[in-house]
Design a protein around this ligand. Structure first.
Ligand code: KIV
Length: 277
């Protein structure tokens, strides 16, 4: 609960919140060392790590597997896990049981995307004492209902609805609200109206915090990254170059060289060579 209060207090103090995804131990260690505020074990795991086409395709089993690795690496950082689609299809009771599993593994909170009729589920989770980050705007788990991965809330009516939904999430007790792919002007209004922090992804600079997929900012994702994502380094070509060099050296018998090999004393070598088996 201390971590949740720290995140909420950041808004009161006018401090921005830095959040990134991680799905495994090494990345969790890097982010922890740099000192980001929140690590999100996102269900983007489906596309980024598992090569699946929809986030609906990851379930509790996969999420828990990756959450355990991240928690091991995130010594000091708050960890939030995405509730996968399958985890709440049977209603509030199932959602609470699954959400609790993430907390039992060491997560500090969970995140859930808005869906038609979500409030019973969200309220049950919060009443069970599980800190919840709500997610509105573009909600990839409901992308079919939203008719594709596109910016949400661009006109008066849809913008009004997103403001209303964000406010309801605050009122039922979400400790923060993530805004995905909405116009920056809309995110500014929501951020000003909510007491809890907003975290933006494709929602402009006025949110209280920002989140991106770590593989996108490092240039590690082979697919097309969204327009709002910024590549801070292009690692894929460097990785490819290193792997090609390794392949070349192995094929040429240049690797391993002496510096990467072990020796035994020469008299032992002689004895070993003359032994009969
Ligand atoms: O799964 C995910 O990566 C997300 C984004 C909002 C960052 O939910």
């Amino acid at each position: 609960m201390k971590k949740i209060e720290e995140i909420k207090n950041k808004k009161l103090k006018g401090e921005r919140i830095v959040m990134l995804t991680a799905y495994d131990y090494p990345f969790a260690c890097f982010l922890d060392e740099v000192g980001v505020d929140i690590i999100l074990v996102g269900d983007s795991l489906a596309n980024v790590l598992l090569g699946l086409s929809s986030t609906r395709e990851v379930g509790m089993k996969e999420m828990l597997h990756h959450v355990r690795a991240v928690v091991r690496g995130a010594q000091n950082t708050m960890v939030v896990a995405d509730m996968p689609f399958e985890a709440y299809q049977n209603g509030p009771q199932q959602a609470v049981e699954n959400a609790r599993q993430f907390l039992n593994e060491g997560c500090h909170a969970i995140k859930m995307e808005w869906f038609e009729g979500c409030l019973d589920v969200f309220s049950a989770v919060i009443k069970a004492g599980i800190p919840l980050m709500g997610h509105v705007g573009l909600t990839p788990q409901s992308v079919l209902e939203q008719k594709g991965m596109k910016v949400q809330g661009k006109d008066l009516e849809s913008g009004r609805l997103i403001i209303k939904n964000a406010k309801v999430l605050e009122d039922i007790g979400c400790f923060s609200v993530l805004l995905e792919c909405v116009p920056m002007e809309l995110a500014k209004i929501i951020t000003a109206r909510l007491k809890v922090p907003t975290i933006g992804v494709g929602a402009g600079v006025y949110c209280d915090g920002q989140v991106l997929v770590v593989h996108d900012i490092l240039g590690l994702f082979k697919g097309r990254s969204p327009k709002f994502s910024k590549k801070y380094i292009d690692l894929l070509p460097l990785i490819k170059q290193a792997v090609e060099q390794y392949k070349k050296e192995v094929l040429a018998g240049e690797f391993p060289d002496d510096a990467h090999s072990f020796h035994m004393p020469s008299d032992e070598v002689k004895k070993l060579g003359s032994l009969k088996f």
